[in-house]
Design a binder for this molecule. Structure first.
Ligand SMILES: [Zn+2]
Length: 151
């Protein structure tokens, strides 16, 4: 349910585990054992976590910008993507820069011609570059920052 937010948080460098199909009890257990903050839109689950002394955030907000602004306010993290600490939105591993030559044939020809900087996920092999979608990413973060400033 929070898949989109999860990808955003990973891009921002946070270590976020996806626990889609797990039971509430299992979720609570993992959050406790691994010292994670449970992010949920399920009020009942949120209350259970709090009652058990597990850190949890009840996620509210109409869109990703709003959700990110609320989380950034609460936990005090910057709403900037720093590719040195970014994690793969797909699998949570930390991405790393990769030589342009190494992505030849792995990305569309036009992308290869146009871009010089690439990143690779060492776990799932996904290759990233600051393509056209980067503008939308920046816009969402700008919106989130504005919301944060407005309180
Ligand atoms: Zn990956």
């Amino acid at each position: 349910m929070l898949g989109k937010l999860l990808r955003w948080l990973r891009m921002l460098g946070h270590n976020v585990k996806y626990a889609g199909a797990l039971s509430d009890n299992k979720l609570l257990k993992i959050a406790k054992i691994e010292h994670r903050i449970l992010l949920t839109r399920d009020l009942e689950l949120y209350q259970q976590a709090i009652a058990k002394g597990i850190k949890a955030a009840y996620i509210e907000g109409a869109d990703e910008a709003e959700k990110l602004a609320k989380l950034a306010k609460r936990y005090g993290f910057p709403l900037e993507i720093n590719l040195k600490i970014s994690r793969c939105p797909k699998c949570n591993a930390r991405i790393r820069p990769i030589e342009k030559e190494a992505v030849k044939g792995k990305v569309p020809e036009s992308t290869y011609r146009y871009y010089d900087e690439f990143w690779e996920c060492p776990k799932c092999g996904q290759i990233y570059w600051q393509g056209a979608h980067w503008k939308r990413i920046s816009e969402t973060l700008e919106k989130a920052k504005k919301l944060l400033e407005e309180g």
